[in-house]
Design a protein around this ligand. Sequence first.
Ligand code: NI
Length: 159
Amino acid sequence: MAIRNIRLIGDSILTKRSKEITEVTPKLRTLIEDMLDTMYDANGVGLAAPQIGILKRLVVIDTSPEGDSPIVLINPVVLETDGEQTGEEGCLSVPGKSGVVTRPNYAKVKAYNENMEEIIVEGTELLARALCHEIDHLDGVLYVEKVIGDLHSTEENND
Ligand code: NI
């Protein structure tokens, strides 16, 4: 259990493509635990491994209001999307800012869980947005590239 340092926009690691994971080792299990700790500590709804400096295709998400429903996605791939939603989006790597992004309103993702079992995760609204946002991180894409108009400051202090 540890909180890792979150890399910020401008760090070149955030623009790189992450590599596929081939096996779940004890080290990877620790990484998953640390990513969950780091996401919850930062009050985020998602975190991708490159955001803590690890170029592996690993994402954690929890969009539940209670913050008690973690989803772990290894090598996630978007299989299907539908519809459209346009709304505010933020990122732990871009603290204190948000911007308007259009995303699919539904996403169906294939991935592997922490036991390397294939899983399908389907989401609408916030979960669909989080799935697309986090998977973008694995391809070195930040939401700021997709923002309509300007980024604005959030009232919330993310420090
Ligand atoms: Ni992000």
